[in-house]
Design a protein around this ligand. Structure first.
Ligand SMILES: [Ca+2]
Ligand SMILES: [Ca+2]
Length: 197
């Protein structure tokens, strides 16, 4: 029986190497175009209170639709969820890239989505989050990406971003869970044969 316990322990430890979703550390934040404020506030763990003024220094604010912000995760991740705080009355586009050259839309925010009538509005794609910040309209299917970009697309020309958090798991070249399971079954069969002898 000892051998079976050993094999099962081994199999369980292999399965646990499949990483789990969590807050991803953003390694670099850059801006293209003009803006006001400190880029560090965009991912400092401080989410502006609901309704905070759009020019408050807890945010970065800008005018027009030519400015965009790029978040570098440092390597490829499977991205499951996003939490962000934006001014309530503008449209925003969030896009993703693996190579920093071609970007694909992850989701778009239309003005007046969310629950806030005036000022900063926190929005999350994670249905586990409280109902006042979870927004089913922006849910997306998991993508594998290294870079994320935020831009304003339309609105009153006065845009603001107060926090941008990314959740997911590191994309490692680990075997698929199904092939791991097949391998585990093989190990168990092998152990069983050994024990019979
Ligand atoms: Ca912040
Ligand atoms: Ca606005």
């Amino acid at each position: 029986m000892k051998k079976i316990t050993l094999v099962l322990t081994l199999v369980l430890s292999m399965l646990s190497t499949v990483s789990h979703a969590g807050l991803i550390t953003i390694t670099d934040i850059s801006a293209t175009g003009s803006y006001n404020g400190n880029l560090a506030v965009l991912n400092n763990g401080i989410v502006p209170g609901e309704g905070t003024g759009w020019t408050n220094p807890v945010n970065v604010h800008w005018y027009g639709t030519q400015t965009f912000f790029t978040f570098d995760l440092g390597s490829l991740y499977n991205i499951d969820d996003i939490l962000l705080s934006v001014d309530n009355n503008d449209g925003y586009a969030i896009s993703w890239s693996t190579d920093l050259s071609s970007f694909n839309t992850l989701f778009s925010i239309q003005s007046y989505w969310g629950n806030i009538g005036n000022g900063m509005d926190t929005m999350s794609t994670n249905s586990i989050d409280p109902s006042n910040i979870y927004l089913s309209n922006i849910e997306f299917s998991t993508v594998q990406a290294r870079y994320l970009r935020v831009a304003a697309t339309y609105g009153d020309n006065m845009n603001s971003l107060g926090e941008f958090q990314v959740f997911g798991s590191k994309a490692e070249s680990v075997p698929e869970p199904s092939s791991l399971a097949i391998f585990a079954l093989g190990l168990i069969a092998f152990a069983a044969r050994k024990i019979k002898k």
